[in-house]
Every structure is written in structure tokens, then in C-alpha cells.
Ligand binder design. Sequence first.
Ligand code: SF4
Length: 296
Amino acid sequence: MEFDMTHCTLCPRRCGADRTKAAGICGGRDSLRAARAALHPWEEPCISGTKGSGTVFFSGCVLHCRFCQNAVISAEPFGKDISAARLTEIFLELQEQGAHNINLVTGGHFIPWIARALEEARPALRIPVVWNSGGYELAEALMMLDGLVDVYLPDFKFFDPDTARNYALAPDYPQIAETALAQMLQQTGDRIWNGDLLTRGVIVRHLVLPGHRHESIALLHHLAERFGADAFLLSLMAQYTPMREDPDYPELNRRITKMEYNSVCKAAQDLGFDGYFQEKSSADASYTPDFSLQGI
Ligand code: SF4
């Protein structure tokens, strides 16, 4: 797709912002902005391995979920402007530190810059590249990453358009995320492993929300039917933590119960999904990384 910085339509918001003059809905302007680059031990075991994933957290986000677990960098302007050349250096520094992979978190609104940095790094990069996103991305934008990304790690957050509208003002989320997932699967093909580490393939994450277990189960049935339960690894997350009191959606003001999480896990197992199911005890705000411009 053609990227026009003065009329941005890079993501499904298609807000048309002139990013040389003002930020779009995503918070992105005309340069890369990142909040942290460091080895990260808390991804799925096949991504974090024993030494950690070389994670770069980008500032801003196209989704703005009302329950965001990383609001410090997604909604607030925290971070530092960097050039694509500096991002290339960061990739190589993370590789030097022993990272198992380069893990790009919520970079959808910076895809053209990131693609350039990856192209530059590629001759020296010996580790896989992981695209870690909220799943709300245009397939044509993802095509810019074809051949540059090895592992896709998208969320699939909502299945009901009303839930997506209420919690993220994005009623088209289910359809957009499904089309994006099809594109990711097409790019990666069959899963490839290096020992316990995934070096090519797709992992779909789903955070079970309080009061929404039936929606989660319906999503799993749909994905199994549409793509097949073995098309990707599934990571079912239990760590939903209310970050603030939400007066409009009080159902979001609690953690999920063991029963809710276990019922979704059982559905996933019955459908034949393979992947990662968390201990319910991991529902703790300490999973939120400390953003301090480390490594930027
Ligand atoms: S990437 Fe940002 S500026 Fe571009 S369309 Fe999406 S929200 Fe608007």
C-alpha cells in the first residue's frame, strides 16, 4: 500500500491525519517513538526462552481499549522520538545482549519506519523477528512486513462487534482481526522450531475478559472452523487486571474467576488447540513492564 504521511490511512481507523502537523488517533506523528528496548522474560516460553526476548515497545496505539494494561505508553505520550537508523542499532544491540528474537510490540502505526529499519538490519540479524500486536491491522499494511517478520503474535481480543464497539470503539475489530490473521498465516506458512523456540509461525493471544467467557468460547469455535485448530498456537491469557475503576462498564472492575478461565481452557482443549494456558494465579499487575526509556 502507498503510505501518505500527510493523509494517513495506515491502520483500520483510516483517520486521514496529516502526521507532519499533528498526531493521528494512534498518537503517532512523523517519526518513530519508542518507550523501552530490553530483554523481556514474560512472553510465551517459546518466545522468551531462557535468555529473554529482545522487546521494543512503541509508543501509542490504534486501539485504546478502555481496559488497556499498558496505558502508560499506549495512551499517554510517554517515549522518545528515534530515527529508523537508531532502531536498526537497537535491534543489533538486543541481538548482542543475547536476545532470542527481536520482538516488536504495538508498532502498527509505524510500519513503514519499522520495515526500513528491519531491511537495514537484515544482513547482520541472525535472530527471528516477532510482530506482537493487538490484531487490529490492515492486511495491506501487513504486506509491507512480508519477508521481514518470522513470527506473528497478534491478539484476537473481541468476537462480538458490540463488545469491540463498547470497549475499543472498533465494531469492525472481529472482521479486521480475522483478515489480518489470514494474512499472517499466509506469510509464515508452517511452524518452524529451533529446539524449544518458535522461529516461524503464528501465536494467537486471547485475554479472557470478566463476564465474557461465552464470547471467548464462541471465538475459539469460529477460529477452529475458519482456520483449523492446528493453524496456529493459542495463548489463552488469564491476567486481566482492572487498571482503574470504570463507571460505564462495571463488569470490567474485577479479575476473572477460575471458573471463567477454566471453562475457556476446556473449550480450547476440546477443540484441539495447542499452545499456552496460564496459571490463574498470574492475574497480577506486576506483569506490566516498567517503562523507563531503557535501551532507547
Ligand atoms: S496509523 Fe494513526 S494516523 Fe494513521 S490512520 Fe491509523 S490512527 Fe490514523
